[in-house]
Write a protein that binds this ligand. Structure first.
Ligand code: MRU
Length: 359
């Protein structure tokens, strides 16, 4: 799918190279980096040059494609060992978003399907599969947008947390895709973007990508939303997810749970937009999902400047678990799912695996 010049494409394949928008530089500088080595792609995921569950899944898939091209001249046995090592390196970058493992596994399956005899053929298949993942992601996000926009009324103010936008995907976004679709339908929508400490993806990324499209967005600090809800200034919340467990528990950026609790206390719908590639039916609940702990400097420093006293310990879990009972609906590419989520998710995943159904 061709992007218009205005559309953000944070992860791209360009003639044997992976192109990533360096999201650590936004909103001050728009820098696109090009990588030809899967180890560099892994490092870009680890340092969050590329971040957001679907975007890291796509980047990792392209990393596998780069590894396969690098190993295309190896003997079959050596090629297999080389690919296993690439999968291991890419999978060790970030633990929480299941899309990372989904992207790696899907591309590795294409390599395996090419058969043991021909690394060159396997490399070709890996590139095709990774590119298919990129293409599908945008279509999936647009489908999610269509389904989710129906939940948002003309005149609503929508709260969002972190960045589940074009920058967190291959394009268009999940939660921000729902908002984009509502705006495209002509609805007048105002967005409150939680700044999202510690890394400020809500302020630096969501506010930036919405404002550049002329969508009405206001930055609020993370502790402000309940007070605004109490004043009747927020009609619903829409967030993304890094992993949705089989029971519908949602693992997303730290602070999401607080947003969901505040929504429940004020009778406001709390919606989660997530593609089926974010659903992990192997995880019975959110409690089993590994939660990434990141460096304390993310909390003690802002843009390299220390703002905390020296010597005080810091906790920095990057994600939290929102129990399924706080989720008003899960917006997926196959439709809007309601509780009980376990049955709805199993049916959606099984249905998506059958050809001919809408995606
Ligand atoms: O640590 P990040 O920036 O990768 O976290 C991103 C989020 O938590 C997003 O909300 C989530 O990945 C959904 S993105 C469509």
């Amino acid at each position: 799918m061709m992007a218009t010049p205005d559309e953000l494409r944070p992860v791209e394949w360009a003639d044997g190279a992976v192109r990533l928008i360096d999201q650590t530089r936004l909103p001050h500088a728009f820098v696109v980096k090009e990588y030809r080595d899967y180890r560099e792609v892994a490092e870009a995921i680890r340092t969050m040059e590329v971040r957001g569950a679907p975007a890291i899944g796509a980047a990792a898939a392209l990393g596998i494609a780069l590894a396969a091209l690098e190993g295309a001249d190896l003997a079959p046995e050596a090629f297999r060992a080389h690919m296993d090592e690439a999968a291991r390196v890419l999978a060790s970058t970030r633990p929480t978003a299941v899309n990372l493992f989904w992207g790696i596994n899907r591309t590795m399956a294409a390599v395996a399907a090419a058969g043991a005899g021909s690394p060159a053929e396997a490399a070709k298949r890996a590139v095709e599969e990774a590119c298919a993942i990129l293409e599908e992601d945008i279509a999936v996000n647009r489908a999610m947008g269509r389904h989710g926009a129906a939940l948002i009324r003309d005149g609503d103010t929508v709260l969002t947390h972190c960045n589940a936008g074009a920058l967190a995907t291959v394009g268009y976004g999940t939660a921000l895709g729902v908002i984009r679709a509502a705006v495209e339908q002509g609805k007048r929508i105002r967005v409150f973007a939680d700044e999202t400490r510690p890394r400020l993806q809500g302020m630096k990324l969501s506010a930036w990508e919405l404002a550049r499209e002329g969508i009405d967005v206001t930055i609020i600090s993370d502790n402000m939303a309940p007070a605004l809800m109490r004043r009747g200034l927020i009609q619903c919340a829409v967030v993304g997810a890094d992993r949705v467990a089989a029971n519908g528990d949602v693992v997303n950026k730290i602070g999401t749970y607080g947003v969901a609790l505040a929504c429940r206390a004020h009778g406001i719908p709390f919606y989660v937009a997530a593609p089926l590639s974010t659903v992990d039916l192997q995880m019975p609940s959110g409690d089993e999902v590994p939660i990434e702990e990141r460096a304390s400097e993310e909390v003690t420093h802002v843009d390299g400047v220390r703002i905390a006293p020296e010597g005080v310990p810091v906790l920095n879990p990057a994600f939290d678990v929102t129990p399924a009972e706080l989720v008003s609906a899960l917006i997926t590419e196959v439709g809007v799912l309601r509780a009980p989520y376990e049955a709805a998710l199993r049916e959606a995943v099984a249905g998506a695996a059958r050809p001919g159904e809408e995606r």
